[in-house]
Design a protein around this ligand. Sequence first.
Ligand code: ATP
Length: 334
Amino acid sequence: MAIDLGTVNTLVYVRDRGIVLNEPSVVALETLGGIPRVRAIGSDAKLMMGKTPDNVSTIRPLRGGVIADIDVAELMIKHFIDKAHDRPSRLPRRPEIAICVPSGSTPVERRAIQHAASQAGASKVWFIEESMAAAIGAGMPVTEPVGAMVVDIGGGTTEVAVLSLRGSAYSTSVRIGGDKLDEAIALAVRRKHNLMIGEVTAERIKLAIGTARMPEDGCGQVIRTKGRDLVNGVPKEIEISQAEIAEAISESVNQIVETVLNALENTAPELAADIVDQGIVMTGGGALLDHLDVILSRGTGLPVTVADNPLLCVANGAGRALEDPIYKGVLIAA
Ligand SMILES: Nc1ncnc2c1ncn2[C@@H]1O[C@H](COP(=O)(O)OP(=O)(O)OP(=O)(O)O)[C@@H](O)[C@H]1O
């Protein structure tokens, strides 16, 4: 079994069956008589975000590429492993589990993750770097003596790595991902339209009309969105254009391009030459942002491709690393 423990989504991969679980990394806690208990985890908890009464809170235990709430993260991991077990399967009772962790996680956090996996029945726990898993999942030649650059844009972080011979020749991570784009959209709507919107609405706008490039006609598509008027406090509906979104997220997009340029500058010449031939591969949900590949290609002067099913690359790659002996060495024993 392999788990992609993401800031926004958690995926569980099971040998011979592929991805059996793909749910938001969200937990809803309800406090009754001063004692908190779990109300919902995953998709059900996400539906409650921003709509809870005072005694219920929705928590995203991973934020910005780090584990913000270890106890809740542990609960969530155990729940997802149990749920994957519940589905009819030929899962061994005590599987080996490879977990893909945020690169910024500390030894204490990794121990907590290991503890949660062991509690849920893992016979052995392995860790795998997110960018390595992403590259394997994208089908990149990570076992060969060829430099391969992967840019994994998740919810909390963007990980950039140059991989060769099952190892990482250079890697870096910045706390810019889908969440930052959503925040930038919410801020722009507040500043320009005096309208307060929640993070779920901001993400919905991004998924509907988000783009990394200014529309050629200067405005692009327009959608209507609702929120609370900051002046008189009542609900209101406004129209927002693709150009406004492109402008709002441009700073974050530029930072992603800068991070990749920085990585290229720090890459050994022979590996850099391979990247010129092979190009850059983007993975993670952020890779689906309209025209981001074009902007990155323009900024670096290199070919850029988006992996097939970029949201699934990390989980598929971690699963493959566990099953295929060719990847021996990329897993780190917990
Ligand atoms: N079509 C799309 N356009 C733009 N962004 C998208 C699209 N589809 C998904 N996303 C964004 O991708 C992000 C989730 O990606 P992913 O599941 O790869 O992240 P994660 O693995 O949970 O995060 P991390 O790797 O930082 O821990 C969310 O911010 C989501 O809004």
